[in-house]
Every structure is written in structure tokens, then in C-alpha cells.
Design a protein around this ligand. Structure first.
Ligand code: ZN
Length: 410
């Protein structure tokens, strides 16, 4: 029996078992498709009855997941760059950062965030394990160390004098297999009154909006404030403020500090604690009902596909994102149902979606096929995508989203 990644209690309660799935980011070349030996791995999540951490209960070889070819460059997404710019503005103002401060970002990617602090004259340090994205960060002047962050590397930073006034770790917590080793690094680098912010998709939204397509092999944890407060406490840290953000379908931004620091708890913290308590995130039964909701999402989507087929409608999909692949493969969708998918990232074009084997094309191909329905797979980018592809209305094309139930947009 597996033990909880955080508190080491035995895991006995299933949250959602998605069966055998290909790796969500393994887009197939025509040669790989022809070879027909696509690897599949279990995709199972459990919830700990002691700390309520929803977590992956499967092991996938790290080398299978990690592929430089698909390294994600944050600066490719205009939405993220703007999110980062506003973060830098807000933090600099709120915490009075200046030329004598240090901002450290863990998983700093290509410097998409730190460059905004640099522009305001605030010194920065990026920590990024992926060499090619770190290189891109250095090219824009962002000092970057290529290391995995943990207690030892945190200790080494502090020893050489890199102590932080502000630390950021955005959308990285869920990707860390060893939560304790990772979080243990922060108190070592953070100054006594320093502030640490974590952003992560909120488990409460995953449950309430049935966002099960955010479950894939690269995610090890699905996080609530309730559980993260327990994890931080185990490492001498505490939360003093929480903001609720619209990113990734509903994220939390936690403001944290040393247990003994002077930051006072805010109304924002109390509000999210109350929302989670009202939803029952501190009770095992709350997690038991999730599978039935996911099955209902699948039924609703398969009914839509059946109707489209009966009516002779052409269905395509937009956005070759990891979350789309979990959804399509769980529903058992193939290229017989969805003719093609479009993605602006050239590295994904002329390849095939894992599992479903739907061909991925450039967005220019939409005009050639003239699909009757375009399923938006990354639903968090719905507004961006409907604006970009508004021209499908020329032939009567319509947009479709599949969660929390299948809807044809007007
Ligand atoms: Zn636990």
C-alpha cells in the first residue's frame, strides 16, 4: 500500500482512477504512430484520510515524462506575461521592494516573471532545473541557477548570501514528487520577515467544476489551502493572506512567511478557509463522490458526439494541451470522432495527440476543414480562443466546451 507523499499515512481512499493513459505531453511523430507501441501508464489519484492531500498514486519514470523537445516557454503565452507583470507591480508596491531587495523565483522558466522586477531595479535570482529555459532567462539578463530546489540547494543559496525578501513559486508545487524535500528549501532562503507566494490551481474548483482533465502524470498533488497550511506548518512556515485568481480555472495565491514573522492574518485567508470548510474539504466523504461527477461529464460529451455524427457534423478541437488529452482519452475519443486538432505551437504541429491519435495542425487549417463544431480543450483559455477563431461563424461553425457539462456556445 502506498503512503501519503506528505504525512506518510497509508492511502486507502480513491479520488479518481483514470485507468491506463498515455503521457499527456507525448505528441507522436508519424513514425511513432506507425510503430504502434505507445507507452501507457496508470493514472490514479488517492486522497489521504489524515491530511486530505489529493495525490498521484502511480510512478512514471521521470525520463519518460521529461522531454526537452516540449520544454514550455512561459513567454510564449501573452496572458502569462501580463499576469507576471501585474504580479511584479503589486508585490513591489505592497512589500516596498527596491535596489537592496532580492526576489527569488523557484521554477523561473525563461525569466518571464523576474524580468519585470529587473525592469523596476529590483535584483533577482531564478532557480530553474531545465537548462534551455534557464539559458533563455540569462539572455534577457535574469541571473539563473540550473538546479532542482530542495533543502540542500536552498541551504547553499543562503550560505553564499542569497537571502530573499520575496520568493515566488507559481504553478510548481503540484509538479513536485517530493513535497517535503521541496518545501524545506524555502525557510532556508527566506529572510526573517520575507514573503513567499505560491500559486496553484485550487482543488475546490477541480471538484466543484469537475475539472478532472487537469489530472495527468506530471501532476503529483492537487492542492487545497487546508492541506498546504499543514505542509507549510511542518516546515516552520504559515499563510497570512490568500487571493483567489481566475488563472487555470481558479487558482489560489498564498502569501506565506516564517511562523515567527510579523505579518498579520487577513480576511482573505479567513474567507478561503471558510469556503473550504463549507464545501467539506476536511471530510473524507466529500472526496468519495467525485468519480460519479466525472462519469456524468463523459456521458454528456459522448451524447454530443453521437448527435453530431447522426447530423453529419464535422467536429474539430482547438488547443493540443495536456488537459485535453486526459479528457479525450478518458472519454475514449479517436480521430474517427474528432477529425483534427489545432495548436499554435509549431512543435506540436504535424504530430498526433497521445492516445486519441488525432492529427495536430496549424490553426490555419481551420479554414480548410470548416468544422461545424470546434471543441475548446483548454477551457481556461476559452475567451482568448473564441476571439481568435471568431471567423468560424462565417460558415456557421460553433464552439463547444465539455466541462462541467457539454455546452455549445452562442
Ligand atoms: Zn497525508
Amino acid at each position: 500500500m502506498s503512503l501519503c507523499r506528505f504525512c506518510r499515512e497509508p492511502l486507502t481512499r480513491t479520488f479518481l482512477d483514470l485507468g491506463l493513459q498515455p503521457l499527456a505531453n507525448s505528441y507522436l511523430t508519424p513514425e511513432q504512430l506507425a510503430a504502434g507501441n505507445e507507452p501507457m501508464f496508470p493514472l490514479n489519484t488517492m486522497v489521504c484520510d489524515a491530511c486530505f492531500l489529493v495525490q498521484a498514486d502511480h510512478e512514471v519514470p521521470a525520463e519518460a515524462i521529461f522531454d526537452e523537445g516540449y520544454a514550455y516557454f512561459s513567454s510564449f503565452s501573452p496572458g502569462w506575461v501580463e499576469h507576471a507583470r501585474r504580479y511584479a507591480e503589486a508585490m513591489t508596491a505592497r512589500f516596498g521592494l527596491g535596489p537592496d531587495s532580492l526576489v527569488v523565483e523557484v521554477a523561473s522558466n525563461d525569466g518571464y516573471l523576474l524580468k519585470h522586477f529587473l525592469a523596476k531595479g529590483v535584483p533577482v535570482l531564478g532557480i530553474e532545473p531545465t537548462a534551455n529555459t534557464a539559458e533563455a532567462a540569462r539572455a534577457v539578463g535574469v541571473r539563473t541557477d540550473v538546479v532542482f530546489f530542495n533543502a540542500e540547494t536552498g541551504e547553499a543559496l543562503a550560505a553564499r548570501g542569497d537571502r530573499a525578501d520575496l520568493m515566488a513559486a507559481n504553478n510548481v508545487l503540484a509538479h513536485v514528487p517530493d513535497l517535503n524535500a521541496f518545501v524545506a528549501g524555502f525557510p532556508r532562503v527566506l529572510k526573517p520577515e520575507g514573503v513567499l507566494t505560491f500559486e496553484f490551481p485550487h482543488l475546490l474548483n477541480l471538484i466543484e467544476l469537475v475539472q478532472f482533465d487537469t489530472i495527468y502524470h506530471e501532476h503529483y498533488s492537487y492542492l487545497s489551502l487546508l492541506t498546504v497550511e499543514k505542509v507549510l506548518a511542518a516546515h516552520g512556515l504559515r499563510v497570512f493572506d490568500v487571493e483567489q485568481l481566475p488563472t487555470h480555472g481558479g487558482s489560489l495565491r498564498l502569501f506565506c512567511c516564517h511562523q515567527a514573522a510579523g505579518h498579520t492574518a487577513t480576511e482573505g485567508l479567513r474567507a478561503v478557509r471558510a469556503r473550504e470548510a463549507a464545501a467539506g474539504l476536511d471530510r473524507p466523504e466529500t472526496y468519495d463522490g467525485f468519480t460519479a461527477h466525472v462519469e456524468a461529464v463523459r456521458s454528456s460529451f459522448l451524447a454530443f458526439l453521437q448527435d453530431a455524427e447522426t447530423d453529419g457534423r464535422r467536429v474539430a478541437a482547438y488547443g493540443a494541451a495536456a488537459k485535453g488529452n486526459t479528457f479525450l482519452n478518458y472519454c475514449g475519443v479517436t480521430h474517427a470522432h474528432i477529425l483534427e486538432a489545432y495548436d499554435a505551437n509549431p512543435a506540436k504541429q504535424d504530430r498526433y495527440l497521445p492516445g486519441s491519435h488525432i492529427p495536430v495542425k496549424s490553426p490555419d487549417a481551420v479554414r480548410a476543414l470548416k468544422p461545424d463544431y470546434v471543441l475548446i480543450l483548454p477551457w481556461n483559455l476559452k475567451d482568448e480562443i473564441t476571439a481568435q477563431l471568431a471567423f468560424i461563424a462565417e460558415w456557421g461553425g460553433r464552439f463547444v466546451v465539455a466541462s462541467p457539462a457539454t455546452r455549445i456556445l452562442d
